[in-house]
Design a protein around this ligand. Structure first.
Ligand SMILES: [Zn+2]
Length: 467
């Protein structure tokens, strides 16, 4: 194996590779100077230094051939050169194991353009993720208190000292909410009703797949270094957005799915101030199991007793973009809505926004998502931040379309002339949940929000971590 000769060119060494606020050094001169017969001793010594384990790592590296071996030798060398910057307690054994696994699935060789090799190695090992989180300070006490009151809105009742508190759940107000929801279903369904003379027009799922893959790459660029730094996240587990896309018509829409749909809408509508903030008025507290169960039971009873509503909710499930959670499928509408909704170009922009939103669900760190059940207004976590980050991506897309014909070809193909997205799409959605997420970002800044969301560093935005 001759490392030197395998390189097509040698970029400047040493050089600095930057990931947002974090810098790494790339310099392989000493590795190239090392004679091949010294490799076993060298790598075994380095491995012991990293992990504290006496282990013949070379026998593992030696099983690889050609470029795989070259990749791994350079990767371990690069990692070793930058490992001292990592926070104490970082698991080097796991990082080295990830690199050994990565060698055969690598995407960039040493010497690749734009430091693509260094970017792959330092992200896939977990180095970037740990470094980014370690450079950010958690909120101080004052901010922690403010954040807590955002996540846990104070109730309407007063305790003996006159302080606001959350009183017992008011089911009479929840009943009002169920009635409001039934109206919302009608409003939304109206957009899909077409006059008999105008048949439903299909939207190309194949083309939406191309938009999806475009977005996956674009998000890494726009929300990097956070969005694509998770070592076991979608950018390293083989996730390809287009392959996970399906039509909403494929979604099951039985009693459980109808109830889930209603529960999700109840959160969005129920905290919405413009609709009377009925969940706040009802003293609803998402951290109380009983409250969640009561709301679900009341929605279920309504669906059971109101056959017409149940049918309409069935139709809405089949027409609502959804993310099935975890590594599941992402569903988008396979048709255009009626002209009363707007033009096809409007709808395409809307679908692009939806695709960005659903992608954020997939990119959210599981530790972040898990905090939804530990705060009173869980939808801030489950939807608010999702939409806030989707919007960060989305707002840049119009600029891209105005400048790049290639972007226009991918994003707006088949819907006629290019047209700016409707201004209402440029606001964070999900009512209070979205507004609250934006308030957290105002307090803590983009970096902390992104580190919490994509890397699971929930303490940086004052969210409770797992017990
Ligand atoms: Zn969502």
């Amino acid at each position: 194996m001759s490392l030197t000769n395998d390189l097509t060119r040698t970029p400047v060494e040493p050089r600095t590779v930057t990931f947002g606020t974090v810098n790494a050094t790339a310099d392989y001169k000493a590795l190239r100077a090392l004679p091949a017969d010294k490799y076993p001793e060298y790598f075994n010594r380095v491995y012991t230094l990293f992990t504290g384990l006496e282990f013949d790592v070379w026998s593992q590296i030696a099983q690889y051939e050609g470029e795989d071996k070259q990749w791994l030798a350079h990767a371990l060398y690069l990692y070793g050169k930058n490992k001292d910057a990592l926070p104490a307690g970082f698991d080097h054994t796991a990082a080295v194991a990830r690199l050994i696994n990565r060698a055969t699935r690598r995407t960039a060789m040493p010497g690749a353009q734009d430091d693509a090799f260094e970017r792959e190695v330092l992200r896939a090992s977990g180095w970037v993720s740990a470094m980014l989180v370690s450079t950010l300070a958690p909120p101080d006490r004052g901010r922690t208190a403010k954040l807590s009151s955002i996540y846990n809105p104070p109730g309407q009742d007063r305790d003996v000292d006159g302080r606001q508190q959350v009183g017992p759940l008011r089911t009479d107000v929840l009943k009002e909410l169920v009635d409001v929801l039934a109206k919302v279903v009608d409003e939304q369904l109206l957009h899909w009703v077409r006059p008999r003379s105008a048949p439903t027009e299909p939207e190309s799922l194949d083309h939406l797949g191309r938009i999806a893959d475009y977005l996956q790459k674009y998000v890494a660029r726009v929300l990097g270094p956070y969005a694509d730094a998770r070592e076991d996240g979608p950018y390293f587990d083989g996730f390809r957005y287009s392959e996970r896309l399906q039509s909403t018509w494929e979604l099951p829409a039985g009693p459980v799915q109808r109830l889930n749909w209603m529960t999700n809408r109840a959160q969005a509508v129920g905290w919405d101030k413009e609709r009377g903030a009925l969940l706040a008025k009802a003293n609803y507290d998402g951290t109380r199991d009983g409250d969640r169960e009561t709301l679900r039971r009341m929605l279920g009873e309504r669906l059971d007793s109101d056959e017409s509503l149940s049918r309409r909710v069935h139709a809405m499930v089949k027409l609502t973009a959804a993310h099935s959670g975890g590594e599941g499928r992402i569903s988008v509408q396979p048709i255009f809505p009626s002209a009363t909704w707007g033009t096809k170009a409007d709808w395409r922009w809307r679908v692009i926004r939806t695709l960005a939103h659903e992608l954020m669900h997939r990119l959210a760190h599981p530790d972040f998502t898990a905090t939804a059940g530990r705060i009173r207004h869980g939808q801030i976590v489950s939807e608010g931040f999702v939409d806030l980050l989707a919007l960060d991506v989305y707002t840049r897309l119009w600029g891209l379309v105005s400048q790049s014909t290639a972007a226009t070809e991918v994003l707006l193909k088949g819907v006629g002339a290019t047209k700016a997205p409707d201004p209402s799409f440029l606001k964070v959605g999900y009512g209070e949940a979205g507004t609250s997420a934006a308030a957290v970002r105002d307090l803590m800044g983009d970096d902390r929000v992104r580190a919490a969301f994509f890397l699971g560093a929930t303490h940086l935005v004052g969210l409770p971590s797992a017990q």
